[in-house]
Design a protein around this ligand. Sequence first.
Ligand SMILES: [Zn+2]
Length: 501
Amino acid sequence: MSRHQPFVIRGGLVATPGDEAVRHADILVMDGVIAEIGAPGFEVSDGVAEMDASDRLIIPGLVNAHTHSHLAIAKGVSRSWTLELHLHNGPWTGGGQRFEDRYLLAQASAAEMLLKGCTACYDLVLELPAPTPEGMFATAAGFADAGMRAVIAPMMADRTFWRAIPGLRNALPKELRATVDSITLATKDVSLAACERMLEDWPFDRSVVRPALAPTIPLHCSDDFWTGCRDLAEKHGVGMQAHLAESKVQAVAGAASYGRSLTAHLDSLGVLGSHFTAAHGVWLDRHDLDILARRGACVAHNPSSNFRLGSGIADVPAMRSAGICVGIGSDACSCSDHQNLFETMRLASYLSRTASHEPNDWLTPRDVFGMATRGSARALGLQDVTGDIRPGLAADLVLLDLASVNFTPLNDALYQLVFAEEGRSVDRVMVGGRVVVEGGELVTIDYPELRRKLNNRAKAIFEANAPRKAALAALEPFVKQYCIGLAQGHRQVDIGGLGDE
Ligand SMILES: [Zn+2]
């Protein structure tokens, strides 16, 4: 059937985040939009094609609230790294990429997400020393050509990691500092001007791929940079996302540097609002949650990455009871190794069980399914486009094969979706009614060709980055020791050292 021909999906079992139970229903799709959901066999007009969904569970496309496509190159690369060691190694794990690599890695990210039932993502992309419209457009084109929705945000800073952690740069041995001093970032004016050009010249259909802004981490950006991003986001009506209180080191360094929490500081700069999504939020206190709730900000919960980096446990039940909308993200392949929302839904539910002996406090499969659909869609600012199955929303739908081992025997489709499924049952995926995965295979991407290019480019890029990797490895013990000292409270934060000699 052609993309614009109306069609009705018949015979499926439908699960939505709002319904108490799964139900048999047929779905009429017109112009890529869900027009009607009705009892099985409801009448449709002549000329409406039929799509058979018998023995299929139909769910809304999952939405990934936080990832970094440029790091799709780095699966299996990270060692036993905390967030700080991950950032320390960033120049070689995510550096040295060309514009065509940005396209390739967006395609790689889209390939993995689509195959695993995810139809939209919030992608924070780093370019050094500053973002460029061309780089962001290359990423956006990778998603657009794959037929996947994405919010693309340049991830920016005007302080390098070693200068953002107060005192860190000065704690490194003098003879080794040249390595980190040679890594420089553009000024805020240069980065903001590039963002303005990107926002003005954005050439893509914004209902499919749209721009946003991502000042990366509070201490990595000067206050003037934050307010510049705030003003630009407001002027162009785009979203913002940042990593917030992801690690204890960040929380401790933030409190010492700002004299208040990271969240309170961003609030004092007027940054927080309903357009703002905080990634991680592991080290937030009650007061921070109240601020985020009051401002209508969202949180992107990344349980897989938080585990991998040992960042800690985000108190998602407390966020939800404070009234904060929480979505779910995979985070980057360099700190999670996959972009699989089934895995992250399951981890989110399991993780909540470690925080309380009271089962009523635990996140249920329905809770996390809602977070990975409606919640994440809200975090992307796409709640009027995707994240549910109801009339008026795009037909972003995933059909899972109920004959799969994960659903056999079929006792409770929703529980099995969250606790048993890992992606292998994904049979057909649609974005805006367009089939992008069929029979578990990509329709819009030549996967063997993508694989060949990715393997070649990963080899070439990591070979070229090897000298930088070695230089950073020499510094790693010192960075580790300093940051562990901060996290354990054994080291005072040298606030005089923020950013300077
Ligand atoms: Zn991240």
